[in-house]
Design a protein around this ligand. Structure first.
Ligand code: CAA
Length: 281
């Protein structure tokens, strides 16, 4: 595998494109929105400059990494790719449409991966005529820093596809973990209910935002408190994942906290909107 396309130039997509390019792959970073694409490329350059400043990368390595990255607004560029990693909005209809197009555009050998945080790979795969070559590749935020990639086997994912993605994950200097296709996989099935419980703790007036986070940071050694982490992930994303868990398992223990719903309805989406449980400049 030499040439990769990452679709979606947001925080996750640009991070994924960066780690592939740093590991020697030629990468198309694709987004249909030109300004989002420009922002994604600028963000990568900023992080690479920081790596040079910190002595983790030479100026030559940075230049070579940037040369391996091609911005793309045309999905047809996927015809040159051995692997496509989709990181678009968490919406099943949108993802199925992207995968249907990719199935038509890409060569027969191309593997189609999704960075979905909770949607079923098996369902996404059903939009293609190659469900054996469709797989989940779930990176964690911030992608350049976090070591984990959850690799999700859809019901029809072949052993060959799984092995190819496990190998490539190791080449990115990340650690693969094999997961079956159930709502929230492992990471978000455990993480997001914990965040939801922290929001219930706030909602019921047990403690303040700062103190809830302090308990988990100092008491459990978490790098961020759950409310700070919710702001970092995006409150809309947290709510969406809780809804996927609630619907997928049909179990009331996954009901989203009404306070989370209120915040999302108010447009308080966390860091990206300037306000969530905390205020941001
Ligand atoms: N992108 C790239 N690099 C970043 C970054 C970002 N957004 N944020 C921080 N970093 C880098 C910094 O550059 C820094 O590197 P240097 O030391 O070389 O400068 C390093 O990470 C540490 O950063 P800081 O010193 O500023 O801050 P920190 O020590 O608190 O670490 C953190 C920041 C790595 C984000 C840490 O707080 C952390 O691990 N938080 C929890 C992250 C987490 O839980 N992620 C999973 C989210 S859930 C998810 O992704 C799944 C999903 O589907 C929702």
């Amino acid at each position: 595998m030499n040439t990769i396309m990452v679709i979606g130039a947001g925080q996750m997509g640009s991070g994924i494109a960066q780690v592939f390019a740093q590991s020697g792959y030629h990468v198309y970073l694709n987004d249909m929105n030109e300004s989002a694409l420009e922002k994604g490329m600028k963000n990568i350059e900023k992080l690479l400059n920081r790596a040079v400043d910190k002595g983790r990368m030479t100026e030559d390595e940075k230049t070579a990494t940037i040369r391996r990255l091609s911005p793309s607004i045309n999905l047809q560029d996927a015809k040159n790719c051995d692997l496509v990693v989709e990181a678009v909005i968490e919406n099943m209809d949108v993802k199925m449409s992207v995968f249907k197009h990719l199935d038509e555009i890409t060569p027969a050998h191309t593997i189609l991966a999704s960075n979905t945080s909770s949607l079923r790979i098996t369902e996404i795969a059903s939009a293609t005529n190659r469900p054996d070559q469709v797989i989940g590749m779930h990176f964690m935020n911030p992608v350049p820093v976090m070591k984990l990639v959850e690799i999700i086997r859809g019901l029809q994912t072949s052993e060959e596809t799984y092995q190819a993605i496990e190998d490539i994950t190791r080449k990115l200097a990340k650690t693969p973990v094999e997961v079956n296709d159930f709502p929230g996989f492992v990471s978000n099935r455990i993480l997001v209910p914990m965040i939801n419980e922290a929001i219930y703790t706030l909602y019921e007036g047990v403690a303040t935002v700062e103190d809830i986070d302090r308990v988990m940071k100092l008491g459990m050694n978490h790098p961020m408190g759950p409310l700070q982490l919710a702001d970092f992930i995006g409150l809309d994303t947290c709510l969406y994942i809780m809804e996927v868990l609630h619907e997928g398992f049909g179990d009331s223990k996954y009901r989203p906290c009404p306070l989370l719903r209120n915040y999302v309805k108010a447009g308080w989406l966390g860091k990206k909107s300037g306000r969530g449980f905390y205020q941001y400049d």
